[in-house]
Design a protein around this ligand. Structure first.
Ligand SMILES: *Cc1c(COP(=O)(O)O)cnc(C)c1O
Length: 468
């Protein structure tokens, strides 16, 4: 442990100060009412200014982010967050806005919403967008509320079921349940695509619609979309497109042209704004003209959503430019396929063929164990990656395989970075075959090694005094 990994309370020295206040020039200080006075002095660490500065800087470096290193977290599109987005967002005319200011004083912001709406409509083939939802899952809920409203406005009240494929993102069935809809699962085929024959009998007059993630959670393009759209529309349902991972589709295909009626985008994935612990999100929902008739009945957040995020995403779209948007998708697909092909002899690839922006391995080919119990698992590979300075991929999701390892590189990584990652992944596979205990005890270089994640999340210890 390094000296400054210590907690700041452990650096405390009685009487040491990190501040100085001017001398009180007032002859009489007003007395605080007794009930507001403290009975004892606050228990704060007593440290100097440089110690405080070092403490917080060291703390910030224990974290990992896209600004620190490669972050191949599948289904999350951890692309670089361009700094020009931040500059645009910090312009005083935008940063100083208050949502209660009148329209005549916020014309610049209104213009951004209008231009962003037009840009997203053109990219997706939708008629219009609402910017209220503040996350992807929030967008799903909004979209499903629009779906219900659409049926209700037509007086069709018995449509309370929504079809969700088993390869869907976990938020899809959750959003449907929150919206009061009943989830009906449709199975995938061996090739990872929706089983159209299994879908047919599910399409009754109680079905409000289907939610599809495309590319799906396996990083595969759903090849039967036109057929599915025809069937669902034929049965009176609507099609919802989970466009959180729109990255590989940009400038290539549009959900609106495939027959989708409602969709959401994650500006904090595809459109380069920070996410995870790094900042608030935005999940705008696009819809057809028909569905938009119900929009005025739905309110899902205060004011107009996360304006700062929308502004950053707009800056991103403008800086990439219409003519280069397609390259974003093409490079992300190229990066993913390159990694997949370079590693598939040492990691199990359950579904062969071209993937889109991400793909899933099912653990190691040779885990070094003689049975399931003693070999190195996907968790061990993920932990070992941390020792080499890379963030781990998404693990144990999707649920379709036991040892899922879901890798998404994005277009913002150089070939050199990607090659370095491939080299490390191969090295880890070799280590696993030789001595799996090396992986099972990893990470060795991080401040904390293997916390009990469930306890850490359920019973967090947030105060130093609680540790004593
Ligand atoms: C990330 C993601 C979501 C959820 O987005 P949040 O902003 O985390 O709520 C939904 N669907 C897919 C496919 C995703 O990748």
């Amino acid at each position: 442990m390094k000296y400054y990994d210590k907690l700041i309370f452990e650096l405390s020295q009685e009487g040491r100060k990190g501040y100085s206040l001017p001398v009180n020039k007032f002859p009489q200080s007003p007395e605080l009412p007794v009930q507001l006075q403290r009975a004892s002095a606050p228990r704060l660490p007593q440290v100097s200014e440089p110690e405080v500065v070092r403490h917080y800087n060291n703390l910030s470096q224990m974290n990992f982010g896209v600004d620190t290193g490669f972050y191949p977290l599948g289904s999350c599109t951890m692309k670089y967050n361009p700094k020009i987005n931040e500059e645009v967002c910090a312009l005083p005319g935008f940063a100083g806005l208050h949502p209660l200011m009148p329209a005549r004083l916020t014309q610049g912001a209104c213009k951004v919403y209008e231009a962003m709406n037009a840009a997203l409509a053109e990219i997706t083939g939708m008629h219009t967008f609402t910017f209220e939802p503040c996350a992807g899952a929030h967008g799903e809920l909004t979209g499903l509320m629009l779906m219900r409203t659409y049926h209700m406005m037509r007086g069709d009240l018995k449509r309370t079921k929504v079809i969700v494929p088993d390869s869907a993102h976990g938020t899809n069935p959750a959003s449907a349940a929150v919206c009061g809809l009943e989830v009906v699962e449709v199975k995938s085929l061996e090739n990872g695509r929706i089983d159209v024959e299994a879908l047919k009998p599910l399409l009754t007059d109680e079905v409000a619609g289907i939610m599809m993630t495309n590319p799906n959670t396996l990083g595969l393009f759903e090849t039967q979309i036109l057929e599915i759209a025809k069937l669902v529309h034929g049965a009176g349902g609507l099609l919802y497109y989970d466009g959180a991972n729109m990255n590989p589709m940009l400038g290539v295909v549009r959900p609106g042209d495939m027959g989708f009626d409602i969709m959401h985008l994650n500006l904090h994935k595809t459109f380069s704004t920070p996410h995870g612990g790094g900042g608030p999100g935005s999940g705008p929902v696009g819809m057809t003209e028909e569905v938009a008739k119900g929009l005025s009945q739905i309110k899902v957040s205060g004011f107009h959503g996360n304006f700062g995020v929308i502004l950053r995403a707009y800056a991103y779209i403008l800086s990439i430019g219409k003519e280069h948007l397609k390259e974003v998708g093409q490079y992300s697909v190229l990066s993913a396929n390159y990694i997949k092909e370079c590693l598939k002899d040492v990691y199990k690839l359950p579904i062969e063929g071209v993937c889109k922006h991400e793909f899933v391995f099912d653990g190691l080919v040779n885990d070094g164990g003689h049975d399931d119990v003693h070999g190195a698992t996907t968790l061990d590979v993920a932990k070992r990656l941390l020792d080499y300075g890379f963030h781990a991929p998404t693990i144990y999701f999707p649920l379709l395989f036991h040892q899922s390892l879901m890798i998404e590189p994005t277009e913002t990584e150089s070939k050199e970075t990607i090659d370095a990652f491939i080299e490390v992944m191969r090295k880890i596979a070799a280590e696993a075959a030789e001595d799996p205990t090396l992986l099972q005890s990893a990470p060795h270089n991080t401040v904390i090694s293997r916390p009990d994640e469930t306890t850490a999340a359920r019973n967090p210890i947030l105060k130093y005094w609680d540790t004593l």
